[in-house]
Design a protein around this ligand. Structure first.
Ligand code: PMP
Ligand code: GLU
Length: 409
């Protein structure tokens, strides 16, 4: 009778970790990916001052804010978008869903690994999903050849690729060369690309390139306040539409938005005006976060690799996707055959929560997991130290616990 939709794995691990804490068990929370940073003070002040904005805004979002967003992204990396072609919604998650819902039937190409919600959303929207299987050795990058192969399986007229970088769960970006060749192939195959750039501003070296710069003909970019502004729970997402699709597509998206979420919260849109309207201040804040994210991301990757746990050094965001295949035999001797069993045992025996690779589109026997290195207090608030151990004590403890667990096996 009911559709089969389980609670999203990310939100589930958050609930489970909180439950364990409520039972007074200590948990190192590497499972759920939310920013440990507070929004900058001037943005929080703007939200406080906006509580009286109790009205609904237009479905598309506050026009002044859309102008500021266009200006912000132009200054950040040169994306030119007409404010009329921008949509604001309660989280980019709802925009991704609206975009997928806009098509009657499509083939949706999704990388493995990729964020947990793409596939359930595409399925709910009635589409066919085709997985592009990437590998640790190839740095989890999708290639033009994969697009060509996937297109051979195509059953519908419309093909959509969801491309996410810096990536959740891998923390990696694409080189300009890779972006150029992916864009060339997408264009040749007439694929619509949803570029999920929610972590774009959290590229640790501030060198994020937007896919729309390589494929302006058919790229929709999604972003928002959740990651770079540390405001996931505020729910403010943004979609930048490409010009030629905008008029008709916008109508459909607004139609869907009007029948589902109505608008993003009005006070949050006012606070977003402050965030997007103060480019210099916001970039100072973003750069400060990136400094810390890069320090701790590098630390985690280095310690894990030194201890035979292979993972790539992250380039952006706050995730690592370590591969534990080298421990396959030892794990199976302990009755651990799947990524889920691995994470379950690790949590039980060390108190460290990870999210199993199975949640990211892999067969259950593939022994990897996502590690969100975000269990630390915001170092931008009253911080008088620079040592990794003092800045990120729970992350350091969690990494040590993982290393010890594997080395004792
Ligand atoms: N895409 C990716 C890759 C994410 O990690 C998230 C995290 N929530 C989202 C989209 C959705 O973000 P939001 O709805 O908070 O904008
Ligand atoms: N993006 C976060 C994650 O991947 C959590 C939020 C969500 O999934 O909606 O853990």
């Amino acid at each position: 009778m009911y559709r089969s939709v389980a609670e999203s794995q990310t939100l589930l691990i958050n609930t489970q970790s909180r439950k364990l804490e409520a039972e007074n068990k200590s948990v190192i929370k590497f499972g759920f990916g939310q920013s440990p940073f507070f929004p900058p003070q001037f943005v929080m002040d703007a939200l406080k001052e906006a509580v009286h904005h109790k009205e609904y805004t237009s479905v598309q979002g506050d026009y002044e804010l859309r102008k500021l967003i266009a200006d912000f992204h132009r200054q950040h990396n040169g994306i030119i978008t007409d404010p009329d072609n921008i949509l604001i919604a309660p989280g980019s998650k709802s925009l991704l869903y609206s975009i997928l819902m806009s098509f009657e039937k499509a083939d949706v190409f999704i990388a493995s690994p990729s964020w947990v919600s793409y596939e359930p959303q595409a399925r709910l929207a009635g589409h066919t999903t085709i997985r592009l299987k990437t590998s640790f050795e190839d740095r989890w990058r999708i290639t033009p050849e994969m697009l060509v192969e996937a297109s051979k399986e195509k059953k519908n007229e419309v093909s959509i690729l969801i491309l996410n970088y810096p990536g959740n769960p891998d923390g990696l970006s694409y080189t300009e060369e890779e972006l150029t060749s992916l864009a060339g192939t997408a264009k040749a195959l007439d694929i619509l690309v949803i570029a999920d750039e929610i972590y774009g501003l959290l590229n640790h070296s501030n060198t994020h390139k937007s896919f729309v710069q390589y494929y302006p003909e058919k790229t929709i970019t999604t972003t928002g306040l959740s990651k770079w502004c540390g405001a996931g729970g505020w729910r403010l997402g943004v979609a930048l539409l490409y010009d030629s699709i905008a008029p008709a597509f916008k109508k459909t998206l607004i139609g869907i938005g009007s029948e589902t979420y109505s608008c993003a919260p009005a006070p949050v849109q006012m606070a977003a005006r402050a965030a997007y309207g103060n480019f210099q201040l916001s970039m100072e804040y973003v750069n400060a976060q990136n400094k810390y994210l890069s320090i701790i991301g590098n630390y985690c990757a280095t310690v894990l690799n030194e201890n035979d746990i292979q993972t790539h050094t992250p380039e952006g965001g706050f995730y690592l996707f370590p591969d534990f295949s080298r421990f396959k035999k030892k794990l199976s001797d302990r009755g651990i055959f799947t990524s889920f069993q691995l994470c379950e045992k690790l949590l039980e025996e060390t108190g460290v929560a990870l999210l199993p690779a199975a949640a990211f589109g892999f067969e259950k026997e593939y022994l990897a997991a996502r590690l969100a290195y975000v269990d630390f207090d915001d170092p931008l608030i009253e911080n008088s130290t620079e040592t990794v151990e003092e800045l990120f004590p729970r992350v350091v403890k969690g990494i040590a616990a993982i290393v010890q667990w594997f080395s004792k096996m």
